[in-house]
Design a protein. Structure first.
Lengths: 113, 112
């Protein structure tokens, strides 16, 4: 099993450009998450998908959109990138969010100039 | 609103020492608490998960305890090794919503 995979690993954007971060899991997990990690701020939840076909906002959703394409895939889109979105982005998944651990992908390091 | 803090922010110890990392949370209404390890430039790896009804969990040289009433958890690492050097994060799952709330982490350096 590959676990949770993310693409790309690194990306540099100019202000105003758009891009989509891809995430896939092969563990048949129901719930998937997008976090951002910033120095001194810890991990903050952007959006999550409790199950296929549903998505909900987390703590910091402004400037982002998500799509739960199927049970395996959960993408994060930046429509008009801003320097404040420079961060490391992690995707995670879990079978049961009440009782089970989250499994994390390796992250995407995004710089917006 | 649930808040999670971790003290100390950084810790250096010589190889072989036993050590304790601390995690505090403000709201005791949680489903579970998890400890993660993060190596530089990598994702998070789950170490231990403690359900709210449990007091502790053990895995090898790691032991995590949970005291919900005082809003505290500790991660005990026995006989530390240089390979234990990493950032350790705790996260709580509140009794509401899907959000997990993470602490800022403790950066551990184990010196040979």
């Amino acid at each position: 099993n590959a676990g949770v995979t993310q693409t790309p690993k690194f990306q540099v954007l100019k202000t105003g450009q758009s891009m989509t971060l891809q995430c896939a899991q092969d563990m048949n997990h129901n719930s998937m998450y997008w976090y951002r990690q910033d120095p001194g701020m810890g991990l903050r939840l952007i959006y999550y998908s409790a199950s296929e076909g549903t998505t909900d906002k987390g703590e910091v959703p402004n400037g982002y959109n998500v799509s739960r394409l199927n049970k395996r895939e959960f993408s994060l889109r930046l429509e008009s990138a801003a320097p404040s979105q420079t961060s490391v982005y992690f995707c995670a998944s879990t079978w049961n969010y009440l009782t089970d651990t989250q499994y994390f992908g390796p992250g995407t390091r995004l710089t917006v100039l | 609103k649930q808040e999670v803090t971790q003290i100390p922010a950084a810790l250096s110890v010589p190889e072989g020492e036993n050590l304790v990392l601390n995690c505090s949370f403000t709201d005791s209404a949680i489903y579970n608490l998890q400890w993660f390890r993060q190596d530089p430039g990598k994702g998070l790896t789950s170490l231990l998960l403690i359900q709210s009804s449990q007091r502790e969990q053990t895995s090898g040289r790691l032991n995590a305890s949970l005291d919900k009433s005082s809003g505290r958890s500790t991660l005990y690492i026995a006989a530390s090794q240089p390979g234990d050097s990493a950032t350790y994060l705790c996260a709580v799952k509140p009794n509401y919503g899907q959000n997990f709330v993470f602490g800022p982490g403790t950066r551990l350096s184990v010196l040979p």
